[in-house]
Design a protein around this ligand. Structure first.
Ligand code: SF4
Ligand code: SF4
Length: 459
């Protein structure tokens, strides 16, 4: 597409649209488990150390690493031209460059003839120095750098173990990545505070030369008994119903919107604010920056509007094609469902492809669609939203059904707001014209904010 969807996204994307039995799938490896050199207040992963036996160091062994790399090649649909290795955490750079030198060596060793491989690495940037950035650039890694926005927004939650701010260190990493020409995306968490300052966040990234941005809404709930029994500090994901493998957990029921709001953590983004955040950035982007700045949510919305497979699991019809590989070889259904009930097996004992294509995982993935409440199935923007992430479905719908997404109000507002623009962009694309021409059209046709006029965008 001429809007140039970034193909290698460190998180969630790059997987095939989930279907009943995935041919190709995406593995996100956590070679350092939940170990991290920061203590971001909103992180949902740090607490996962309660799920593993106490060890001195979380570190993927060479045996697990090799099994993963070999099986990732063997288990994918053999027709794919390129194999992706995605590294996340925790903080993967804690393992040192040599771990990744070895990973690349094994990737090269096992790569089938005539095929390519590539790597993504999600990092908080604290350890990224010249040596790291040079290594990452030379080996064509796409780096996802966690940065939430300007100093006061970033430092609000992203602090180190001593509670110290990290903005300066992350900005230094950004500059070092740029200096070495390392390809990078920004991963920005949208929390309660940052959601109030959309343009400050967006313009900050633009002014600092970040062209690819992924926004992730932060939604976590205070723990219930099930979570506390596991030693966790945040709530378990909601039950999806049916043959949900999570039924063995103690699951909180859906609540009405007001009660649900009282159960989320103070840093969780509020639904209406999330919609307003995306809309404000979209309005600036669609008038000034199409073709220059790439906001993944917008790119994914356009592909969804054009009927292409969803590039991000949030907006895919089903889940299930993006599994987690932990440092010890355990494989889980998804990053957002990394709990004992969603463990699929261990890569040293079980076949990766068989785990991804197991009945348990297919059922997990299908529930995203089959458990949709009627409120969603009747929704005008269902084709784009798909009920979004099941982890956030803990609200009672206006029909009194369980399983509506907590962020529904925001998603509905956002998808409704952008639809006419997407329509016009899709038309440009079909006419083989640059999608960036939308910027001329918005100047001419889109009414100013507050205008009574309504632009339908009808082609
Ligand atoms: S906008 Fe709300 S009702 Fe519509 S599909 Fe998304 S979550 Fe469901
Ligand atoms: S549960 Fe959420 S994060 Fe996991 S695959 Fe589904 S949409 Fe993605």
């Amino acid at each position: 597409m001429s809007c140039s969807v970034k193909q290698r996204i460190p998180r969630e994307a790059a997987m095939s649209e989930a279907g009943s039995v995935p041919g190709s799938f995406h593995v996100m490896a956590k070679p350092a488990g939940p170990a991290c050199n920061l203590r971001c207040e909103y992180c949902f992963y740090l607490e996962k150390d309660a799920l593993f036996p106490e060890v001195e160091e979380y570190r993927m062994s060479d045996e697990v690493l090799e099994a993963y790399i070999r099986q990732n090649y063997e288990s994918q649909d053999p027709s794919i031209p390129e194999y992706l290795f995605a590294w996340q955490g925790g903080e993967p750079t804690l393992l040192g460059i040599d771990f990744f030198r070895r990973a690349v060596e094994l990737e090269r060793k096992y790569c089938p003839a005539g095929k390519k491989f590539s790597n993504t690495l999600q990092t908080n940037g604290i350890l990224l120095d010249d040596e790291w950035c040079e290594f990452l650039a030379r080996n064509d890694f796409l780096v996802g750098l966690s940065l939430d926005g300007p100093r006061e927004i970033h430092d609000r939650y992203r602090v180190d173990r001593g509670g110290n701010p990290t903005f300066d260190r992350v900005m230094k990493a950004l500059r070092t990545l740029q200096k070495h020409g390392t390809e990078f995306n920004i991963l920005a968490c949208v929390n309660r505070e940052s959601s109030e300052r959309p343009l400050d966040v967006y313009r900050f990234f633009r002014e600092n030369g970040a062209r690819f941005i992924q926004f992730i809404p932060i939604v976590e709930r205070l723990p219930g008994k099930g979570a506390e029994d596991l030693g966790l500090e945040l709530a378990l994901p909601p039950s999806l119903g049916g043959e949900d493998p999570g039924v063995e957990l103690t699951l909180p029921p859906s609540l009405d919107a007001e009660k649900a709001a009282s159960t989320v953590t103070p840093w969780s983004v509020e639904p209406a604010a999330y919609g307003a955040f995306l809309n404000a950035i979209f309005d600036e982007w669609v008038r000034k920056d199409v073709g220059e700045m790439f906001v993944m949510t917008f790119e994914w919305s356009l592909t969804a509007y054009m009927g292409m497979p969803a590039a991000a699991c949030f907006f895919a019809t089903r889940c299930g094609t993006g599994v987690i590989l932990e440092h010890n070889g355990d494989v889980y259904s998804c990053d957002h469902f990394m709990y004992p009930a969603y463990r699929l097996g261990n890569i040293l004992e079980d076949d990766l492809g068989a785990m991804v294509r197991s009945e348990k995982q297919i059922e997990f993935g299908a529930l995203k669609e089959t458990a949709l409440p009627r409120y969603c199935t009747e929704c005008e923007v269902l084709a784009a939203c798909r009920g979004a992430c099941p982890k956030h479905r803990f609200v009672m719908s206006p029909y009194g059904e369980p399983g509506l997404n907590y962020l529904c109000e925001g998603y509905k507002d956002y998808f409704t707001h952008i639809k006419p623009y997407l329509h016009a962009m899709a038309k440009l694309y079909m006419e083989d014209r640059p999608i960036s021409e939308i910027m001329d059209q918005t100047i001419i046709v889109i009414p100013k904010a507050g205008s009574e006029e309504h632009w339908t965008g009808k082609a």
